[in-house]
Design a protein around this ligand. Structure first.
Ligand code: NDP
Ligand code: GDR
Length: 370
């Protein structure tokens, strides 16, 4: 039985990767942070009672900022594969917490690599590092591939660039099977609520159900190469099964603006929008609605731009070239963006209908939309 350690197991990718590896017959160990409330919603369906013998899904408390904890866990678990997914992963928040982001995302990766080296596991343990298309930052070349120069545009991206190069360095210096997956944006129904896609699908469903009047967004012109997280965790595993340790771009090769994503999400609900104005004065209104269950007035303003969501330095356009992953490992994404949007909207509609029942029953519902 192969043994994997996943850091960031409570996150979007950690949850999908755990499911994927368990189906492959792995014993999966997950590193989770201690929190004052349970923070395991995404993996609760995988939970196994600690009193059961021979569990194959085991959680450990830990933190990327704590070397002794990481060394002890790697020693205890003796993993065949480590997937380093833990990170303060929100680009805008990294401007508010630059030092912590550098510590967790940058130095955290060093701590993990060095734990493997100190314990003499260089030849046993393969390591996947969650690198990101944010490394490309300011557009140098379109589309972006493994050879495109980096130009990071946020404390998050700068921290991740350290993690990228320390992974390459440990591979070259100590012969470790350590690889970077340079993943472009990937989303799902369990995407964090403050990333733009999920913020949009949640708000569209809430507006359609009358739980919210309007949503606020930042830069509607930003373009992202959005894929489905399920396709991307499959590739994380494939990267560690390759013959040689290398770095790989994972992307769909198509780019879409935030504005277009808004139209697609409302479109799934049968609502057509009209955008008026430019820059911070841009707004969107209901143009028509073909869904008889939705009571929205034509002309209602449902979206406004709020400059507080603009970043001090923005990444304008990302579009990835995954030719290497396709030709050398046979990876292609199975999901189209329209399938992803549909899945996210259906899931959020279901969740928001529950909120509506609670509200109708006199209970207070969450009203937090950062
Ligand atoms: P999430 O934000 O959903 O999950 C991040 C995980 O890291 C959570 O489990 C979080 O724990 C954990 N974490 C944060 N800080 C620490 C810390 N100091 N010590 C231990 N654990 C910590 O991210 P995703 O699942 O979307 O992304 C996974 C990884 O891939 C991240 O490294 C991200 O930067 C990277 N990435 C993501 C892309 C995407 O589009 N999703 C694209 C490219 C790269 P908690 O639940 O307690 O907050
Ligand atoms: P990103 O994702 O920064 O690409 O990082 P996010 O969804 O936060 O932003 C995408 C684009 O949308 C614009 N935007 C807004 N973003 C947010 N969050 N909220 C808004 O209201 C809003 N309005 C417009 C942003 O300016 C940006 O251009 C994600 C994370 O998962 C990283 O961890 C990962 O490395 C990269 O994707 C690849």
């Amino acid at each position: 039985m192969k043994v994997a350690l996943i850091t960031g197991v409570t996150g979007q990718d950690g949850a999908y990767l755990s499911e994927f590896l368990l189906k492959k017959g792995y014993r999966v160990h997950g590193l989770k942070r201690r929190a004052s409330l349970f923070n395991t919603d995404r993996i609760d369906h995988l939970y196994q009672d600690p009193h059961v013998e021979n569990r194959n899904f085991i959680l450990h408390h830990g933190d990327m900022t704590d070397s002794t904890n990481l060394i002890r866990l790697v020693q205890e678990i003796q993993p065949d594969e480590i997937y380093n997914l833990a990170a303060m992963s929100h680009v805008q928040v990294s401007f508010e917490m630059p030092e912590y982001t550098g510590n967790a995302d940058g130095l955290g990766t060093l701590r993990l690599l060095d734990a493997v080296r100190l314990l003499g596991l260089e030849k046993k343990t393969r390591i996947y590092q969650a690198s990101t298309s944010e490394l490309y930052g300011k557009v140098q070349e379109v589309p972006q591939s493994e050879t495109t120069p980096f130009y990071p545009r946020s404390p998050y991206a700068v921290a991740k660039i350290y993690a990228y190069w320390i992974t390459v360095n440990y591979r070259e210096a100590y012969g470790m099977f350590a690889c970077n997956g340079i993943l472009f944006n990937h989303e799902s129904p369990i995407r964090g609520e403050t990333f733009v896609t999920r913020k949009i699908t949640r708000a569209a469903c809430r507006i359609a159900l009358g739980l919210q009047d309007k949503m606020y967004l930042g830069n509607l012109d930003a373009q992202r190469d959005w894929g489905h997280a399920k396709d991307y965790v499959r590739m994380m595993w494939m990267i560690l099964q390759a013959d040689e340790p290398e770095d790989w771009v994972i992307a769909t090769g198509k780019t879409t603006s935030v504005r277009e994503f808004v139209k697609m999400a409302f479109g799934e609900l049968g609502i057509e929008l009209e955008f008026k104005g430019t820059g911070v004065d841009e707004k969107a209104y209901i143009k028509s609605c073909t869904n008889a269950e939705i009571q929205l007035e034509k002309g209602q303003e449902i979206l406004a731009v709020d400059s507080k969501y603009f970043r001090p330095t923005e990444v304008d356009q990302l579009i990835g070239d995954a030719t290497k992953a396709n030709t050398k490992l046979g990876w292609t994404p199975e999901y189209e963006l329209k399938d992803l949007v549909k899945e996210m909207v259906e899931s959020d509609l279901d969740l928001m209908k529950r909120d509506q029942h609670l509200k109708d029953g006199g209970y207070q519902i969450l009203n937090y939309f950062e």
